[in-house]
Structures are given as structure tokens and as C-alpha cells.
Write a protein that binds this ligand. Sequence first.
Ligand code: ATP
Ligand code: MG
Length: 231
Amino acid sequence: MAEKLAVFGGTFDPVHLAHLRAALEAAEEIGLDRVLFMPCAAPPTGKTVVASPAQRLHMLRLATADNPRFGVTDLEIRLGGTSYTVNTLAHLAAENPDARIYFLIGADAFFHLHTWYQPLKLFDYADFVVMARPRSPHAELLEYMQRRLHPDFALSHQGWVRLPGKGGAKWVPTTLLNISSTAIRRRAKAGLSLTYLVHPAVEEYINRMELYRDPAASAESHARRGVVRHP
Ligand code: ATP
Ligand code: MG
């Protein structure tokens, strides 16, 4: 049987425990062989990214090292420029001609799919696995996809919503964890603990690199502790 290969795209600034838990549950539900976490180079939305591509990749490697099913791909970083998922998926399909490709996505992002570049073409390359997220719409995939993407989307077997002859999307009711990278950056900036929000190795890295710290606050704490910081 073809390998079931999933990519989980995002900014991952930084990767947190809700990303990891949702990906694990999606992998179990769909029977995925591999999940590759894929940080974007520059998101098309123009949102600011604080950590560098190398730092975001490094944190993903730390966070996924202890799960044999998880991996990291630098595909979008390598491609560079603005990351359009349709281009990325075309590359991924070309690089893995024998695999069946899945794209993991949180509900908040999925319900904006109609605003993405060439949304219908995405379904030429991949099936979308939509993971529940607190405060995001619930399980109304069929209605959304018919109304905003194409009227011919229909409910198919095992809960998949498909366009005839193409890929589709399936809702996976993952454990709702109200964690976001935005809240984590805010906490780190204020010098608050990230314990139980991120993988311990990621927490250690953020603390050591003083990532997301308010430069004024960290200079002050250095002065207090008499620390000289080396790069
Ligand atoms: P930010 O606050 O910077 O937007 P984020 O926590 O939303 O960060 P992203 O890197 O934007 O993380 O998200 C990557 C992917 O992970 C998206 O598909 C998003 O929907 C999904 N995701 C993020 N947080 C959660 C969560 N708590 N539960 C389920 N899915 C999530
Ligand atoms: Mg987000």
C-alpha cells in the first residue's frame, strides 16, 4: 500500500504542545506513516515572524526527535520567498511519487482556505486533515466547502468530503488545547514560564537563546545577574 505521508505546515514560532498532540491524534485517526512538520519561509498573510527560519527548524527538530513517526522538512525554507501551499504540495508530490499526501491543518486556518492562492488546485495534490481548535468553527466542512470552494463537494465514505476524482478533507475531533504561539511569545517576552506549554527541549532552547525576550527586560536581568551573553 502507498505510504501515507503527511505534512503539517505552519509558522511554528514556536512549535507548542497543541501542535504535537493534534498531529499525533490525526496520525492515529488517519493511520499516517509519517508526519513532516514544515515551517513556512514567509507566510503569505504577511504576519510578522520573530524567530529565524533556522531557529524555527531547530525547535521543530528538538520537539519531534522523540517520536519516530514525526520528522521535519525544510522544503518551504529551501524554496524561499512567500510560501504558497499549492507550490509546496506540487514539489512534495514530485519528490514522493509513490506516497499518498495529506496536509494537516487546524480549523482556524482551514476555514480561510478560500482566500488561499489557487484553493481548488490544492485538492489535486493532497487530502486535508482538519484538526479541531478551541474557538474555531466545528465540523461544518461540507457546508463550507460547497459554499466557498466548489458546489460539487460531497460527503464520501469514512467522513471524507470530496470533489469527484480529486482529494478532499476530513474533520478530526482532536483534543481541544487552547495554546497558541502568540500567547507563548507574549509569555516569553514577559519572562514568564513556558513549562507545560512547549516541549521541554524547546523551552530550554528558548530560555538559553532568550528568544522572544523583550530586549530591555533581558538587558536588565543580565545586569542584575552580572551575566555577559555570548552569541
Ligand atoms: P500564531 O499564534 O503565531 O498564529 P499558532 O499557535 O496559531 O501560532 P501556527 O504556526 O500559526 O500556530 O499554526 C500552524 C498550524 O497549527 C495551523 O494549521 C493551526 O491551525 C494549527 N494549530 C495551531 N495551534 C493549534 C491548536 N491549539 N490546536 C489545533 N491546531 C492548532
Ligand atoms: Mg496561527
